[in-house]
Design a binder for this molecule. Sequence first.
Ligand code: NAD
Length: 508
Amino acid sequence: MDKVQSALQTLGLTPSEKGGSLGASFFGSGEVIESFSPADGRSIGGVQAVTRQEYLRIVSSAQEAFRYWRKVPAPQRGEIVRQIGLALRKYKEPLGILVSYEMGKIYQEGLGEVQEMIDMADFAVGLSRQLYGLTIASERPNHRLMEQWHPLGPVGIITSFNFPVAVYAWNAFVAAVCGDPVVWKPSEKTPLCAVAVQKIIGDVLKENNVPEGVFTLAVGGREVGEWISEDPRLPLVSATGSIRMGRIVGQKVAARLGRTILELGGNNAAIVTPHANQDLALRAIIFGAVGTAGQRCTTTRRLILHADIYEEFLEKLLKAYQQLRIGHPLDETVHIGPLIDEQAVQVYLRALDTVREQKGRFLLEGGRMADMPSPYYVSPSIAEMPEQMPITCEETFAPLLYVMKYHDLEEAIELNNAVPQGLSSAIFSDNFQECEYFISPEGSDCGLANVNAGTSGAEIGGAFGGEKDTGGGREAGSDSWKAYMRRQTNTINYGKDLPLAQGIKFDF
Ligand code: NAD
């Protein structure tokens, strides 16, 4: 039995997940979404989508579960998430294989995604004993002013294909310790990863007699995402994906005065100054540009090089690209797997034509590769751009790196900021002033600004997200949890008088 079959078996996934209720999972009776591996084009299995009626029932079950879950003390909610973290440790390898095979990222990155889930579980467990509010000095005698954080309600989570499990964990584990049930609509391109995660969680819920409605799954296409956006029973929708999707979801949720966390596309630049440790910069830029075949929101898409090191650095970069191995993502000697599907290949090939039309010059011209296990393998490209062009302002979800030249740091930062997206950015320099300037208020306008570390590969401890068209959301670490709770300000008078704020007199 090959690795994939044995992973599917360990995860309890039969070749075709059609209908039925398995553990806490909920599968619909709607159309079958067939999942194809981009690695070899083979069908892995089908998952039935939910119908409208089934969706309505799922959200009702989450609402019902909310009445129970919000009363469970937060540290006890954390205990459930702790056990989920333990279960994920147990299934790390088979789930890592499934992520790699269904999404196409290399096995090491598949394992990394599951590790990110485990890290998020650990973080959420700690958080479950915190969730602290403030006590504020009151202007009135014998008064206490304070803030508390209460659970918000069921949260809709819409996720993208490129992080089929980790992005869910950023949201779901934090939401769960905050007291919010979740309704997960995974990408229709990676439904089996979602089913596998749902089963792992379902077993933990069952062992602890937690109602299934706390973690629910609603597999389906974009219409399920639309139902979530329009559903007033979901006070918060966290949506990860393209800017196009975020604009629609953002407007729909805003129309019903709901809240959103939007994690949308990036167009991330790395600046290399004459003071950079070039070997370090080179490693970070290559991982950033070609890792996950350029299908990360934080992928390095633009390289901004100082004129003094321009030729030298490009020479090293091109040499290093020659060493990259492209192939089956489960082959552990490979650095780059396939793109997700034919549409993604077409978008890449069209972008290469556009680069040519928009004054770009290829230093390395990639394209579709022949004689690979599927038609979705592409080789990476590097294009020199004389200036910012419409194509360099777009996110092409593929291994396409633009190179630009700069003369002074202000100009480099202007280039960094001159795109509609604002997710990640990096500077490579051993010069203190340059580094501080880059992360100062006049520097990078992105949600993530790194010094001597690449644009991709964030840790979960920090708040993750970006500005401008990236949507402004923050997820994972730091105080991102506050978005999943409602703040309540309490004024408590423990005296016998009724002094009014601002010294107002109202005697009668
Ligand atoms: P996508 O926008 O095509 O789909 C994302 C999800 O949204 C899917 O579940 C999809 O079914 C759903 N969806 C699509 N249209 C919808 C609509 N009108 N209403 C509601 N839901 C809808 O994105 P994708 O191709 O899966 O993912 C790639 C994109 O995600 C890239 O732009 C990438 O930068 C972005 N991304 C961002 C982050 C981040 O944290 N900022 C993380 C990962 C991916």
